[in-house]
Design a protein around this ligand. Structure first.
Ligand SMILES: [Ca+2]
Ligand SMILES: [Ca+2]
Ligand SMILES: [Ca+2]
Ligand SMILES: [Ca+2]
Length: 539
């Protein structure tokens, strides 16, 4: 990346370098006079290394023509950009064979067949796709053979907005959870207005749908275990999805933020079944008993006590709930954290908890954007909103540092999905944001404070090759901190599988303790900071 400094006065700095990157992508929703709900709900972005050259590449989902929901011309193609390592990217969509079909929404990247090459699952309105990475720069659509088309009993193909890969039964193979939104059919759906303006309908006008869990059989096929796992019995209006083992029982649990509907916290019982414990753990509603319009979600430890906390975005008039994990139960600390003041007048989609200033505490990115394209006409408030950036003060309070993060950071846009990873391998987490009817933002992290860092690239042997679900504890002279390997964060998007730690002034890590999902434990000692370290399971 060019070394030109961004003009900032805050503790965290980002510079949007999309213009110089060669990325020409525009997220196209085919906005219609009818204002079909699907139009405002897209779209996602994935950050992953498809060609194993150590440089993170970018995949954008894209829309389709309305009402056919077909990608009738190249402006609707999903797009894959290869990272050239010099700040530029090359469009390899057609060579790679990933242009896709249908009206796409979300994306989830992971190596489901443990062959060393990261594959893609694309979730959409009328088509879901599993794209197998052949290892030679091309992908093959294996959706039918794999049996992961996204069908729901009695509904048929459900409108999927997101998906995530995790090993729910700890057998070393990644399983697939598909998040479906509304029971919606563009041919005969309800249309809505505010005053004389046609607007996107409130989700309360539609029934919800159940989500889908596919178990990986290990032979390139999957079995729909939605019924057997009890995942399918929970009907919601899912948007955000995030994974963590919140009760440290060795099985990965699932958080789903639902839109204008109580959240799900799906406890993994360890016997192939899940139970929604949101109500009893205090994560279904806010502390005032309110249901909010849950959007992007995050499920990571924010106060370095080893217990993953829950955060999700919501819409104007709600607050963005922050739930502190107290050991299997959660306290709503939205008000005391400062989140209420920050979020009450904001609508946001993606989010992510990453330590952007490498001080040892994970900060929060928030992708702003109103629901309506004609929000000003219909509701007298702006449609385009800036992103938000909250610095973690380490005591469960956050400081709004967005305004000091650089002149390109606070530009109001229709931000949607966002993904996180270190594009230039300098140890500072960068962000790519997909934007409705616009080019994306490519925020390169220009924070300059000399703090140390460590990125772990996990290679599972007994476990899934990506090591997803591995819990990591890092001990330095400055204290302990925790993270876990997941690509599933925010809204509709998929982030780098590598696990990042900011280390503050510590130039060495005294101890790294890993617990892989199948139970394998591994300890590394006296590890030098400021490197990307490959950790092979059991070696
Ligand atoms: Ca690459
Ligand atoms: Ca693969
Ligand atoms: Ca658990
Ligand atoms: Ca931080």
């Amino acid at each position: 990346m060019p070394k030109t400094a961004a003009k900032t006065d805050g503790p965290i700095a980002f510079q949007d370098l999309v213009e110089a990157s060669g990325i020409k992508f525009q997220l196209k929703n085919s906005i219609s006079p009818q204002r079909y709900s699907i139009e405002t709900m897209m779209g996602g972005v994935a950050v992953f290394d498809y060609n194993n050259d150590g440089l993170l590449d970018i995949f954008f989902t894209n829309g389709a023509q309305i009402p056919s929901l077909e990608k009738t011309d190249p402006s609707f193609y999903n797009r894959l950009y290869r990272n050239n390592g010099d700040g530029t990217f090359t469009d390899v969509t057609e060579k790679a064979g990933v242009k896709g079909v249908g009206y796409s929404m979300g994306v989830a990247a992971a190596d489901y067949d443990n062959d060393g090459f990261v594959d893609l699952y694309v979730a959409g309105v009328n088509r879901n796709l599993l794209l197998h990475n052949n290892g030679d720069g091309t992908f093959t659509d294996v959706t039918e053979k794999a049996g992961v088309a996204g069908l729901v009993p009695t509904l048929g193909k459900a409108w999927a907005v997101a998906a995530g890969w995790f090993d729910y039964n700890n057998d070393g193979r990644l399983d697939l959870l598909v998040i479906n939104y509304l029971d919606y059919n563009i041919a005969d759906c309800k249309l809505c207005s505010i005053d004389n303006f046609r607007t996107y309908c409130d989700p309360t006008n539609f029934k919800g749908t159940s989500n889908i869990l596919y178990r990986n059989n290990g032979d390139g096929t999957f079995t729909d275990v939605s019924a057997a796992s009890h995942i399918g019995q929970y009907v919601g209006k899912g948007m955000g999805l995030a994974f963590a083992d919140y009760d440290n029982d060795g099985f990965t649990d699932v958080f789903v933020s639902n839109d204008t509907f109580p959240n799900f916290l799906l406890h993994n019982n360890g016997d192939g079944t899940f139970k929604d414990v949101a109500l009893e753990t205090g994560t279904a509603y806010t502390s005032t008993g309110d249901v909010v319009a849950g959007m992007g979600a995050e499920f990571r430890d924010l106060n370095n006590d080893g217990l993953p906390d829950i955060f999700h975005t919501a819409m104007f008039g709600n607050t963005f709930p922050l739930y502190k994990n107290t050991g299997g139960q959660f306290d709503d600390i939205t008000e005391v954290s400062g989140m209420t003041t920050f979020s009450r007048r904001m609508t946001a989609w993606s989010t992510g908890a990453f330590d952007f200033d490498n001080d040892g505490y994970k900060d929060l990115f928030i992708g702003g954007g109103a629901i309506l394209d004609n929000e000003m006409e219909a509701l007298h408030r702006p449609s385009l909103l800036p992103n938000g950036l909250l610095r973690n003060n380490g005591n469960f309070t956050f400081t709004d540092v967005g305004p000091g993060a650089g002149s390109s950071f606070m530009v109001p846009k229709a931000h949607r999905g966002a993904a996180f990873g270190d594009f230039n391998n300098d140890g500072k987490i960068d962000i790519v944001v997909n934007i409705l009817n616009d080019k994306p933002q490519l925020f390169v992290n220009r924070t300059s404070n000399g703090n140390h860092w460590l990125i772990l690239k996990l290679v599972g042997t007994k476990d899934n090759r990506d090591g997803l679900g591995t819990k990591i504890k890092v001990t330095t002279a400055e204290g302990v901190q925790y993270n876990h390997a997941t690509t599933t964060v925010g809204y509709s998007s998929s982030s780098d599988k590598r696990v990042h730690f900011g280390l503050g002034k510590a130039a060495v890590v005294d101890k790294i303790e890993l617990q892989w999902p199948t139970g394998v434990k591994q300890v590394l000692t006296h590890v030098k900071a400021d490197q990307i370290l490959t950790v092979v399971e059991g070696r």
